[in-house]
Design a protein around this ligand. Structure first.
Ligand code: IMP
Ligand code: MG
Length: 181
């Protein structure tokens, strides 16, 4: 697997340090909501599994974890083919504060779609937290409250992000060699 990676953009240590910072920021934000408020962490499957696992362990609050599946990059696609929700939206959203967690903000269609659906379902507030955001106009223009790293507009893998379902278990964020694609 390492042989397919051309170069590392973000190391394990950099990811861990940044997630600790995000945890501190989010804990303060949740504190400000008050003790009676219900918080739901909503990772978007599948790319966010590793990020959310590390992030929620930095949170001091009692939170509910729910999941939603969105597909936008079927198979070997390397650009968004338009986001769609697979299966059900989570239940019991009304009156709750929702933190949407995703691996990467690219075209912005995924986060925008989920935010719309959650507000339509009566969420009290919706905030988004992504590990990565590509430095491209569409991503920068998308409403997103928390961003781990801004990265160049390139296709990346590792730490949950896949190419054709592979490389999710690569522990750092890297760029594939052209011959691996
Ligand atoms: P968006 O809807 O275009 O913002 O895309 C978000 C989704 O596309 C992410 O949740 C990822 O699953 C996928 N994605 C976007 N860019 C990349 C990438 O560089 N590598 C792997 N997956 C990506
Ligand atoms: Mg995804």
């Amino acid at each position: 697997m390492r042989n397919d990676i051309d170069r590392i953009l973000i190391t394990r240590e950099q990811i861990a340090d940044r997630i600790a910072e995000l945890g501190t920021t989010l804990t303060k934000e949740f504190d400000a909501l008050g003790p009676e408020e219900e918080i739901v962490i909503l990772p978007i499957l599948t790319g966010s599994i590793i990020f959310v696992a590390d992030l929620i362990r930095e949170l001091a609050h009692k939170v509910r974890l729910d999941v939603v599946t969105v597909s936008s990059y079927p198979g070997k696609a390397m650009t968004s083919q338009g986001a769609s929700i697979i299966g059900e939206m989570p239940q019991r959203i009304e009156g709750r504060h929702i933190l949407v967690v995703d691996d990467i903000l690219d075209s912005g269609t995924t986060i925008s779609l989920i935010r719309r659906e959650l507000l339509a379902a009566g969420a009290k507030s919706v905030r988004a937290c992504v590990l990565l955001r590509k430095k491209r106009e569409a991503a920068m223009a998308t409403e997103c409250e928390h961003v781990g790293f801004d990265i160049p507009d390139e296709f990346v893998v590792g730490y949950g992000l896949d190419y054709d379902h592979y490389y999710r278990n690569f522990p750092e964020i890297g760029i594939l060699k052209p011959e691996a694609i």
